[in-house]
Ligand binder design. Structure first.
Ligand SMILES: [Zn+2]
Length: 494
């Protein structure tokens, strides 16, 4: 009989009884302060011991999951790795799963290959503290983390000395003697104080590392090189978190690109919060410059939102760049899949390859006319019924011509240069709009992706784009030619 599991099962039943008969019956609000603290202390005792059981079990599980893929315990349980198994069995998230796996490495005992006997744990004294219920997972990670991160620069002997010192503090065996590490294990029981919190253990561990590795103050650059990172997190609330740490020169380059995108001209968009009211009076159709006077719509985006849009534009440029690295011989293509019915109805969801959260179908529409994106249409049974072809993507030559004509995003007041823009099908490709320069205009990422929901109308007359703005912007709602296009057409000397 599996007695450990049986005993734990009884504990779980006891806990269930406490919950059902005491907690549910609202006994907690009636407790005195002392009783409340006693409950918390007892819960901590139980929790740390459960941590110990989990870590020891996971250490063994890791040992049984180290061999060939098919022979691993995790594989036999149908899981990719220990973390996934922990998520399923313990109900923890990936982050806590990773913490448990890391903590288990501290207590894991490898087997002596000749005798078959278990060797001491990597952190034997802290393991004892764990098994005594003095520290839990948090304490174990806080104590071992800084030393482990120092890696090979701390010898095995020094690690064991640190282990003894940290365990003593974890058990409240405080010493005021700074040389205590040298006479461990000393007579600590006589100097018992309050147990160190994980926070304290982390600080002490970092102090120990600075003693053991005094010139380990690795040159900052090398550390920076090691810690540089960019990661995409899991989708939450329709957004994918972007995290990381950039080397200064990379950050500087990115900042310059943001700046270039956000203030392309010295007389660029107005600063946020300044509203330019539409001008009154008759407008001379030939006086293009004065026609636009005062008609600059308010850009309500925050700086952070604009930087997001700038990044989106950069990715578009990179994806269609000739020198962009290829995937399987083709330019890196983002696959957006959607069912044909959903695409027509415009409702429901599309899927972007590599991102687990679905996106609105409108995203599939917009991305379809940008290069570097392929749209795959499915029927309701999941059969592929259509793949977007290059026919709906403006060629490099068409793009260059449109860029020359429009010079910047055609929405008034938006001075994002056309080279940074996406080319928008004025009449949708799906509704028969041709992929022709007469049907394409430059729109920045933001205006392209909001054109359907905004009140801007675009048409092309005699090969030149014209814009009609919302009534709050232009009471007459006249079709107007974008200023940059007009300027380009104006005779020299104007
Ligand atoms: Zn724009």
């Amino acid at each position: 009989m599996n007695s450990i599991a049986a005993v734990l099962g009884e504990v779980a039943e006891d806990l269930a009884r406490v919950l059902a008969e005491r907690v549910r019956a609202d006994l907690i609000p009636g407790l005195s302060d002392d009783q409340l603290m006693a409950v918390l202390r007892a819960a901590g005792e139980g929790q740390r011991r459960l941590d110990a059981i989990v870590l020891e079990t996971v250490a063994e599980l890791e040992a049984r999951s180290a061999g060939l893929r098919d022979e691993r315990l995790t594989t036999r349980q149908g899981c990719r790795n220990t973390n996934e198994l922990l998520q399923r069995v313990l109900g923890v998230d990936a982050r806590d799963g990773a913490r448990i796996v890391t903590g288990s490495a501290a207590v894991r005992r490898h087997t002596d290959t000749t005798s078959g006997a278990p060797l001491p744990a990597r952190w034997p004294a802290l393991r004892d503290a764990l098994l005594d219920g003095r520290i839990g997972l948090g304490g174990m990670l806080a104590a071992t983390g800084p030393v482990e991160r120092a890696g090979a620069r701390i010898s095995d002997i020094d690690r064991l000395r640190a282990d003894a010192e940290l365990a003593a503090h974890a058990c409240g065996e405080v010493s005021d003697d700074p040389d205590a590490a040298d006479d461990l294990p000393g007579d600590h029981a006589s100097r018992r104080g309050p147990a160190a919190t994980p926070e304290d253990l982390g600080i002490l561990s970092r102090v120990i590392v600075t003693y053991l590795d005094p010139d380990g103050a690795e040159p900052a650059r090398r550390r920076a090189m090691r810690e540089r990172a960019v990661t995409l997190g899991k989708t939450r609330d329709g957004l994918v978190p972007l995290r990381g740490a950039l080397l200064p020169e990379v950050a500087g380059q990115l900042q310059r690109l943001f700046d270039a995108y956000l203030s392309p001209h010295v007389d660029g968009p107005p600063p946020p919060g300044v509203h330019f009211a539409p001008s009154d009076g008759e407008l001379d159709a030939d006086e293009f410059d004065t026609e636009w006077e005062g008609l600059v719509p308010l850009d309500t985006r925050t700086r952070a939102q604009k930087q997001h849009d700038a990044l989106a534009a950069m990715l578009g440029i990179a994806a269609r760049h000739d020198e962009a690295p290829t995937l399987g011989g083709a330019a890196p293509t983002l696959v957006v899949s959607v069912t044909a019915a959903d695409l027509v109805s415009g409702s429901r969801w599309a899927h972007v390859d590599g991102i687990d959260e679905p996106v609105p179908v409108s995203v599939a529409n917009h991305t379809a006319c940008a290069g570097g994106v392929q749209r795959v249409l499915f029927d309701e049974h999941g059969r592929i019924v259509g793949i977007s072809t290059s026919g709906r993507i403006f060629t490099a030559h068409q793009r260059r011509a449109i860029t020359l004509r429009d010079r910047e995003c055609v929405i008034p007041g938006c001075h994002v240069p056309a080279t940074w823009c996406e080319i928008h099908h004025v009449r949708e490709h799906a509704r028969g709009g041709p992929t022709h320069t007469d049907n394409g205009v430059a729109l920045c990422w933001f205006h392209h992706h909001t054109i359907d929901t905004s009140e801007w109308d675009i048409r092309v007359v005699d090969g030149l784009p014209e814009i009609r703005g919302p009534a709050w912007w232009d009471r007459e709602r006249r079709w107007r030619r974008p200023r940059a296009v007009s300027r380009a057409l104006a005779p020299p000397g104007r």
